[in-house]
Design a protein around this ligand. Structure first.
Ligand SMILES: C[S@@+](CC[C@H](N)C(=O)[O-])C[C@H]1O[C@@H](n2cnc3c(N)ncnc32)[C@H](O)[C@@H]1O
Length: 217
């Protein structure tokens, strides 16, 4: 059974305060490891299943690496929201979005907890999430994400796979990867998996993450 060093609950927001302290270190680490470029290549090979004016949420946007990759890949207008517990991570994400937004998409940032999202049921056509579910109990996190996705809408998650690199990241960033069997089993409760992508081993994020696209059933 996984042990969470920093497990958020619906009313406890501690991981946000942790990221408020280490946000610069996290941002620099993930800038240097080519995470953004790997996301660009993923989106180029796997266009997102969305339509004009689609409602999209980046749940746990942090300093915005995935939000920015979305802005680079999205053509045409969408309604993009980004949410995180950490106010200072979101301030950095906002700064980057203001500078790097080729299509001038509006992005609305909200401070909040993925276990108690401040959105109505079925409010989104696509939710993307990376590096966040590892801070919470998986079933609670996925069921809350499923709640806000419309029927037939999609979830793109980038789960951390247990590996040596993941163990190092777990110590640095105080999370615990969920076993992949648990990720599959829990995802299957709410979604039908469309694709499960392994980043190539020469991509640094390939040492620790996969990308799972799933449709809400
Ligand atoms: C590893 S970072 C990932 C950030 C970003 N998604 C990315 O891919 O770079 C984890 C982020 O999750 C946020 N976080 C942790 N638990 C959360 C929760 N329960 N609700 C919302 N955000 C949370 C932290 O504040 C932090 O910004």
């Amino acid at each position: 059974m996984a042990e969470y060093v920093l497990t958020a609950t619906k009313s406890n927001t501690r991981p946000g305060s942790f990221y408020d302290r280490i946000e610069r270190f996290y941002d620099l680490t993930f800038k240097l490891n080519g995470y953004g470029r790997s996301l660009d290549q993923y989106f180029e090979a796997h266009p997102l299943p969305i339509f004009p004016d689609a409602r999209i949420l980046d749940a746990g946007c942090g300093t915005g690496t995935l939000t920015l990759a979305l802005l680079r890949t999205l053509k045409g207008p969408v309604k993009l929201m980004a949410l995180d517990l950490s106010a200072s991570s979101m301030a950095t994400a906002k700064k980057y979005v203001n500078k790097n937004n080729p299509e001038q998409q509006a992005v609305r940032f909200t401070r909040g907890n993925i276990l108690a999202l401040p959105y109505a049921d079925e409010a989104f056509d696509l939710v993307v999430t990376s590096g966040v579910l590892e801070y919470v109990a998986l079933d609670e996190g996925l069921s809350e994400l499923a709640r806000v996705i419309s029927r037939g809408g999609y979830l793109l998650q980038l789960p951390m796979r247990p590996s040596l690199v993941t163990s190092l990241l777990e110590m640095l960033f105080r999370f615990k990867a969920h076993p992949m069997s648990k990720v599959s089993e829990t995802t299957d409760r709410y979604f039908q998996v469309v694709s499960h992508y392994r980043f190539p081993p020469f991509h640094v994020i390939g040492w620790s993450r996969s990308a799972v696209l799933a449709q809400k059933i």
